[in-house]
Each structure stands twice: as structure tokens, then as C-alpha cells.
Design a protein around this ligand. Sequence first.
Ligand SMILES: [Zn+2]
Length: 184
Amino acid sequence: MGARDKLREHFLSNVGKVLTTQQLRKVAGVSEYGRRIRELRDEEGFQIKTHIDRADLKPGEYILEALDQMLVIARTISPQLRNEILERNGFTCQLCGAGPGDTDPFNPHRKVRLHIDHIIPISQGGTDDKDNLRVSCSACNQGKANLQPPSETALNIVAKIRKLSKSEQREIYEILKRKFETKP
Ligand SMILES: [Zn+2]
């Protein structure tokens, strides 16, 4: 196993934990562990952060924040294909129904971002085939997916509603609100 593989394995089994230079040097067994870490980040898309990215980290500390390899996905999927999948899924996260500009349900100070996601991950033999791609939001991507994702019917209708004007959306909202707020 090469140094990069050893480091990848170590980061993957310590997601969300702060790892130090000493630890990583030992794991890699080589002095150029720094370069291998950069490769994991830049070539494989791992979200490995340092003190440059996060104020709470000290120099020499690294953390793999989450298990999403967005850079790699962004690189292997052409902008054309990306747009096609966004259109097909109606700019709607297929796991929770969020749309662009919606507030991140786990962080009210942030907006969700939409990504193109592999249904079967590449690491498990998934391909870039259209059938294996879907839109998902940053919150779902970080493994915070809803345990009960919306039904296909609901997702399709939400995608249609998103294309309507604000006032039409409000009409639908008012109708549903009336329905669900009426006491029996
Ligand atoms: Zn989502």
C-alpha cells in the first residue's frame, strides 16, 4: 500500500477528527506526506482542511470534514451533463426537496448549494451514467440526509412549483396551509 493509500484510509477512519502532522507522518511512513495529502485534496476531492481554512485549527493540524468528494465529481462531470441533470431533477435535491437558495436546515446562516451526486458511489462501482446521477444539496451531501426522503411524486411536484412565479407559489402555500391548519 502506497503512502497516499495509507493516508486516505487513515483520514477515512477519522472523519471529523483533528489529525496532527506527527500522526500523519507516521501513518504515511514518508517525509513527503504533505504532498500526498494535497493530492488527496486536489486530485481526489477530499475536504481536508488546515489552519488556513479554519481558525480553530493550529498549524500542523488536519481534518477531513465530511465524506463528500465534490471536486472529483465536479471534474468528471461536464458542465453540459451537470446542467442536464439539474434540469431533469428540477433544481431540487432528490433527498430532501431543497432548492437553490433555500436555507441550510442544519445551519440557518448558510444557503444550501446543489451538487450532482452519484447514486451508487464511484468507489462502489458506480458510473457517470445519467441514470446514476442525481441532484443533492450540501446538507444531504454531508451525510445529514433526511431519514424519510420525499416520495417521487412529491419531488416532481416540488420541482414544478419551483418554476412558478412567487405569487403562484404563495397561492399554493396558502391553499395547503388552509388545508392543514383547519382544525377538525
Ligand atoms: Zn437535500
